[in-house]
Design a protein around this ligand. Structure first.
Ligand code: DSN
Length: 427
């Protein structure tokens, strides 16, 4: 029987089928991507896509909220529980909007924000020059140490003392080590700044207790919900009680109209999944996989920023290889390994053709791959870099990648047990 989509729009159906095959037949190592569970996928594609719900539970501007109020309240309560936060807002459309909402909760246009620069691993919305955030706010940007690739907290404090920002942003999109949020919080206090922490990449690791949480040390914490947290594409904010009302106003009506209730619903589901021993085990394996991958890559002569990783991502600095990041990432893609090219600390190459590639283990770990598979993948990286202009080798690696993928089918039907009684967690 034809599905509704197949029947109504065969062209889009065919393209979705191709994308499903691509996700299934490639080793997906974009550090911000994952595979969601069947339950999250169902909630995302549910009837809540049909509902408008401006406002918050108990105070809406549209009627018909008998169900949405209950669902959003559950999502908020689950977020507060798993992150140990006083207050949560689950309506942000994305991490970018969540960050802007955090800033607008605390400061006014023209005030100064201080974030990690994009080329050092920060996000666009941390005040990068191309971002709206640097136009609305007066942005100053700190860096990592170009030699070690690490935060130099002493230098960050000096920088903060010099500029006296109103907000200091901690968190990154390409930093492979633990971040000391407590120190960021202390620096912010000492210069009279608010502390906003963006844990979009690591929120799943934070929930699992594997990465230190910024919640006790930050005024507001923002995150996406789809990376290591393995929920739908969306954003979320957590804050101390004193900022709760202002933060909710900043999201709605400050920045957004109607929340995407299908996404809020799926966030609720993902948070239930994250609150299980299985998820903690998953998060541990993400890090174990990243560490093993890093060790093997270094054995194969790759330089890693900071010499390894504490989290889910790795940054390969290709400057010793004489191969640009884009060329390597494109060759890897032909070999069925999907990464993104990325700047590395001290990079003089532009962000669109930088000197590194970023890779992460959340998606391959969801597929069930473990350390032996990481060793195989590191071997694929070696062969691709050594034969970057030899398509026959790249094609051979692509065949082996596909074989590896076939041993670890895409778990688009996996289920996280809520009571630990359903065995391996897949149906
Ligand atoms: N674009 C995301 C990432 O890949 O890290 C950050 O928003």
């Amino acid at each position: 029987m034809l599905s509704a989509l197949e029947q109504y729009d065969p062209q889009i159906f065919e393209l979705l089928t191709q994308e499903k095959a691509r996700q299934s037949g490639s080793i997906r190592m974009i550090a911000s991507e994952n595979y969601v569970s069947k339950a999250v996928m169902q909630a995302t594609g549910s009837c809540l896509t049909n509902k408008y719900a401006e406002g918050y539970p108990g105070k809406r501007y549209y009627e018909g909220q008998q169900v949405t109020d209950l669902i959003e309240t559950i999502a908020i309560d689950r977020a507060k529980k798993v992150f140990g936060a006083d207050h949560a807002n689950v309506q942000s459309y994305s991490g970018s909007v969540a960050n802007v909402a955090a800033y607008s909760t605390l400061i006014n246009p023209g005030d100064m924000i201080m974030g990690l620069s994009l080329v050092n691993g920060g996000h666009l919305t941390h005040g990068w020059k191309a971002s709206f955030t640097s136009k609305v706010y007066n942005s100053v940007q700190y860096s990592v140490d170009p030699q070690t690739g690490l935060f130099d907290y002493g230098q960050i404090e000096e920088f903060a003392k010099k500029h006296r920002p109103k907000i200091i942003i901690s968190g990154a999109t390409a930093y492979p080590r633990q971040i000391d949020f407590e120190i960021f919080g202390e620096i912010a206090k000492r210069v009279g700044a608010y502390h906003v922490s963006d844990i979009a990449h690591i929120s799943g690791l934070v929930v699992a207790g594997i990465h230190k949480s910024p919640v006790p040390y930050a005024d507001i914490v923002s995150t996406t919900t789809h990376k290591t947290l393995r929920g739908p594409r969306g954003g979320m904010l957590l804050c101390k009680a004193e900022h709760a009302a202002a933060m909710d106003r900043a999201v709605f009506p400050g920045l957004q109209g109607g929340p995407h209730m299908h996404t809020v619903t799926a966030i609720a589901v993902a948070l239930a999944e994250a609150d299980t021993p299985e998820f903690v085990q998953y998060a541990r394996q993400i890090v174990a996989n990243a560490k093993r991958l890093g060790e093997k890559l270094m054995e194969h002569g790759f330089n890693l920023v900071s010499g390894g990783t504490d989290n889910h991502l790795l940054l390969i600095d290709l400057r010793n290889k004489g191969v640009a990041g884009k060329k390597f990432a494109k060759a890897l893609d032909r070999a069925r390994i999907v990464t993104n090219y990325n700047t590395v600390p001290g990079d003089t190459a532009p962000p669109f053709n930088p000197s590194g590639v970023r890779l992460g283990t959340p998606a391959v770990t969801t597929r069930g791959m473990k350390e032996p598979e990481m060793e195989m993948i590191a071997g694929f990286f070696k062969r691709v870099i050594e034969h970057i202009d030899d398509e026959s080798v790249i094609e051979q690696v692509a065949r082996e990648s596909l074989l590896l993928c076939s041993r670890f089918p895409v778990p688009d039907h996996f289920i996280i047990p809520r009571d630990g009684s359903h065995g391996a967690g897949r149906d």
